[in-house]
Design a protein around this ligand. Structure first.
Ligand SMILES: [Zn+2]
Length: 469
């Protein structure tokens, strides 16, 4: 290969921005399309994505094994006929074709050279799963980040402090690219607590007047609490306007009142970037439906979940070149928000992400998500929201038990009473008894990775046979 591929020659940017408008242009056009117009656009992009997917060895194998032929799928109405796949299929594809897996359709011998970038999932154990992005993949992801920020009140020259780790995992770098290229705001990449210690994060926030904070809710909460409890600074005095994050089941109200700022939820993954974003009305996050077709499937019967009913998200991308996703079972659990949104957009809205189906523990017949435990903990008094769930065999009647270790504020009054209240509330809300154990502030940091990693561990599974689902 004797040519050096140039990024700015690798795409027709003008045409890209017409297809995927950004910022205010997006809000005036694609964002306001009728349901029929959205469907029509999705259909044509979906057929193009299918054509590309048939060139990818992974799909040739996965679909071919079921007898599916190119041409069988004539429109988006046939989506259900396509066999879905999940992370186990991706792992298998990496084993067959290391190091990236044959779902990355990269043929260095034949393909025109193009600049590539590689990031990974934020795995906490073992080698993380890599994803390689072409300029097209990356640029649409950047555009969606820019759209999301504009919807959430970010304007040109605002300073955004990004407290996501800058390493292999995609989060930090992807956000930086989107802010820089498509929002006009200025990214300040302080990274996770391991990269910039919490107190320095706070100094930077004050000195450089960070207007928006991006990070994990647990860490943003921790920073606010350190300011309040240890430095005697009211986080509200900083004038932060918004907290832009993946809220999950974290408690919105307590975060908003701690910071005096709006919390905007979003849903994003390593493979897709931002798939959805809340608008100023905070009624659930609008899917970027010109870039993705999302399905929510009932966990029991696999049928489409009705608005308000929880299910697992299947993702189909409409723009990806190197590794298109067609009906990827993401294991993320959410539900469609019912009704319409006052902003006028017909792009469907996801409620929060309630947890992951592969993180779900079946305890004496009841489904328990560690994330739901966290949401209940956030309602309790004299705790700081930090917790970890430990599930193990109890030895009695081969039953399994879950213990929730949680941190209580220093100087909390009656530890026994706090434990009793929490256990009672858990039983009431989840319908199953969990054991609880209060520990001191900071005790769980090492287990959860709160201060050092962007992906926080909330479940430790010590069972001999892991009966998930
Ligand atoms: Zn809206």
């Amino acid at each position: 290969m004797d040519t050096v591929p140039r990024y700015y020659d690798s795409l027709d940017f003008k045409s890209l921005w017409e297809q995927f408008p950004t910022g205010t242009e997006y809000l005036k056009t694609t964002y306001l399309m009728s349901t029929d117009e959205i469907r029509e656009l999705q259909n044509s992009r979906f057929l193009a994505q299918m054509k590309r997917a048939w060139q990818v060895p992974f799909y040739q194998r996965h679909w071919g094994s079921t007898g599916m032929l190119p041409g069988d799928i004539k429109s988006l109405d046939d989506l259900e006929l396509i066999p879905p796949f999940d992370v186990m299929n991706l792992r298998d594809a990496i084993d067959r074709s290391p190091p990236w897996g044959d779902f990355v359709a990269l043929d260095l011998e034949r393909q025109n050279p193009m600049p590539l970038v590689l990031q990974t999932s934020g795995g906490t154990t073992g080698l993380p799963r890599a994803m390689v992005y072409s300029p097209m993949d990356r640029e649409v992801m950047n555009i969606n980040t820019g759209r999301r920020l504009y919807m959430q009140g970010v304007r040109a020259f605002d300073v955004i402090q990004v407290m996501l780790s800058l390493g292999l995992s995609n989060g930090g770098f992807l956000v930086r690219e989107g802010i820089w290229k498509y929002s006009g705001a200025v990214p300040v990449m302080t990274g996770s607590g391991a990269q910039t210690p919490t107190r320095r994060q706070i100094e930077i926030m004050q000195a450089w007047k960070s207007r928006h904070l991006i990070g994990f809710p647990a860490y943003i909460r921790k920073i606010g609490q350190v300011m309040q409890d240890e430095l005697n600074i009211d986080p509200k005095s900083l004038g932060v306007k918004s907290l832009i994050l993946h809220l999950g089941v974290d408690d919105r109200e307590s975060l908003e009142s701690l910071w005096g700022a709006k919390v905007y939820d979003t849903y994003g993954t390593n493979e897709c970037g931002s798939l959805s974003a809340e608008c100023e009305y905070q009624t659930g996050s609008h899917v970027f439906e010109d870039s993705f077709v999302l399905e929510i499937k009932d966990l029991q019967n696999g049928k489409d979940a009705l608005p308000g009913e929880k299910g697992v998200i299947y993702q189909t991308t409409l723009f990806k070149h190197l590794a298109p996703l067609v009906r990827f079972n993401s294991a993320d659990i959410s539900a469609w928000s019912p009704g319409s949104c006052a902003c006028g957009s017909h792009h469907r809205r996801l409620q929060r992400i309630f947890g992951r189906s592969d993180n779900m523990i079946k305890l004496r017949g009841t489904n328990v998500f560690p994330e739901a435990v966290g949401a209940i903990l956030a309602e309790q008094k004299e705790v700081n929201g930090e917790y970890v769930c430990i599930v193990e065999d109890s030895g009695e009647n081969h039953e399994e038990k879950m213990t929730v270790k949680f941190e209580i504020q220093s100087g909390a009054r009656d530890v026994n009473l706090i434990e009793r209240d929490f256990a009672l509330r858990l039983k009431e809300a989840l319908g199953v008894k969990l054991l609880v154990q209060a520990v001191g502030v900071g005790t769980l940091d090492e287990v959860t990775g709160l201060s050092s990693q962007s992906k926080i561990k909330r479940l430790i599974d010590l069972r001999k046979t892991k009966g998930i689902l």
